[in-house]
Design a protein around this ligand. Sequence first.
Ligand SMILES: N[C@@H](CC(=O)c1ccccc1NC=O)C(=O)O
Ligand SMILES: [Zn+2]
Ligand SMILES: [Zn+2]
Length: 207
Amino acid sequence: MKIIDISQKLHHGTPVWPGDTPYSFQLNWTKEQTGSVNVGQLTMSTHTGTHIDAPYHFDHNGKKVADLPLERFIGPALVVNVSGKTSIGAEDVQHLDLTEISKLLLKTSSWENKSEFPSEITFLQEDLAPYLMQQGVDLIGVDVPSVDPIDSKNLPAHHSIENSHIQILEGIVLDEVEEGIYDLIALPLPLTEADGCPVRAILIDRT
Ligand SMILES: N[C@@H](CC(=O)c1ccccc1NC=O)C(=O)O
Ligand SMILES: [Zn+2]
Ligand SMILES: [Zn+2]
């Protein structure tokens, strides 16, 4: 079985949303102090690196991370190259055969320098999610930190995706991944109060 890791590495320099809490890891206790073990502490924004959004992120009445069904995060996934476009709408995916596919992963290649937070990215149009819902898709993954433009405040794509009962997966790394069908696993921690959660996202190569 070949596993492709499509997760960003988490380290002190991992870029986060401007002004948001950066990732940090520190040892709170050392082996010398405890006499037995090192014990670490993590601090980070819930939208750090490769992560999922819970509807609560943009809707006060929306579900939180632990309320999301796990089926959403595991299943047959199509990776498709949509690079070179400002935005992605239904017409850009109409040619795809989505039978047997429940996760659509969009390779926009619009975040080139991964060591810096991008100022402009390829974003999703409001007509994409309703079309994908019709086709049986329940998760959309993107290789950028947001499905809306970075400066968007009303987040039309986020809301249209939630209204279509589709899960958002952001910040996946698809640079080395070829177009095709894989099995995706991208599970969040069962955080009961959270609006989002970093995930370890992997593709299982069926060939
Ligand atoms: N909605 C964006 C995240 C976002 O907007 C954001 C994330 C962290 C800190 C601030 C944010 N937005 C501030 O206006 C997203 O889900 O990617
Ligand atoms: Zn997010
Ligand atoms: Zn988001």
